[in-house]
Design a protein around this ligand. Structure first.
Ligand code: URA
Length: 203
């Protein structure tokens, strides 16, 4: 990737791969765009690419993706029918030993990347958006202070579409005990089922 001078940062980039609106691109292999049909009625928004996603250039292809696939299948949602993306398009990580460990994106990085999510929302025009975790919610609401707790009880409307908020699959993988992991996973499955039901309420 070409290095873009600092004064160019913050300008509107021509393509996602040329984006220098924050510094995350510098240590990422590549930007990871969303995937799916531009006619998808459901859009899932995750946090940011992980190690595998960064290497392969595709969202949700690592362990969190495997759990998400299981939840989608249990909820009866076909992965090919949805649009899948992340709030932040570059992998933010720190080295621990030989492993690149995920680091939660800062609000300024979420805000810098928000225009790419806006572009996807405008292009796909989903009827239902599922926020997978707090980073997705902050980007969707453009509110760094938004907390999942206040939005998980019921879906809400935003700009003509429904928004459903569930836990991030990584949370369901890493929760401290088996019961918490199972409960978090069930919240994801239930949210996906709810997204399907909401489709009937829009058209
Ligand atoms: N976690 C995310 O939020 N997105 C991915 O694409 C992978 C892991």
């Amino acid at each position: 990737m070409d290095k873009v001078p600092n004064h160019e940062q913050g300008k509107l980039p021509a393509t996602l791969d040329q984006c220098r609106r924050c510094d995350l691109w510098e240590h990422a292999t590549q930007a990871v765009p969303g995937v799916g049909s531009s006619r998808a009625r459901i859009m899932l928004v995750g946090e940011q690419p992980g190690d595998q996603e960064d290497l392969q250039g595709l969202p949700f292809v690592g362990p969190a993706g495997a759990l998400l696939d299981k939840a989608l299948s249990e909820a009866g949602v076909n992965r090919d029918s949805i649009y899948l993306t992340n709030a932040v398009k570059h992998f933010k990580w720190e080295l621990r030993g030989k492993r690149r460990l995920h680091k939660t994106p800062a609000q300024k990085e979420i805000a810098a990347c928000h225009l790419w999510l806006e572009e996807e929302l405008a292009r796909v025009q989903p009827d239902v958006v599922v926020a997978l975790g707090g980073t997705a919610l902050k980007s969707i609401l453009q509110d760094g202070g938004a907390t999942m707790k206040s939005f998980m009880d019921a879906p809400f409307r935003q700009e003509g579409r429904w928004v459903v908020v569930v836990y991030h699959p990584s949370f369901a993988l890493r929760a401290r005990d088996e019961a918490s992991r199972r409960q978090a996973y069930q919240v994801i499955v239930d949210g996906l089922r709810q997204a399907l039901r909401l489709l009937d309420k829009v058209r």
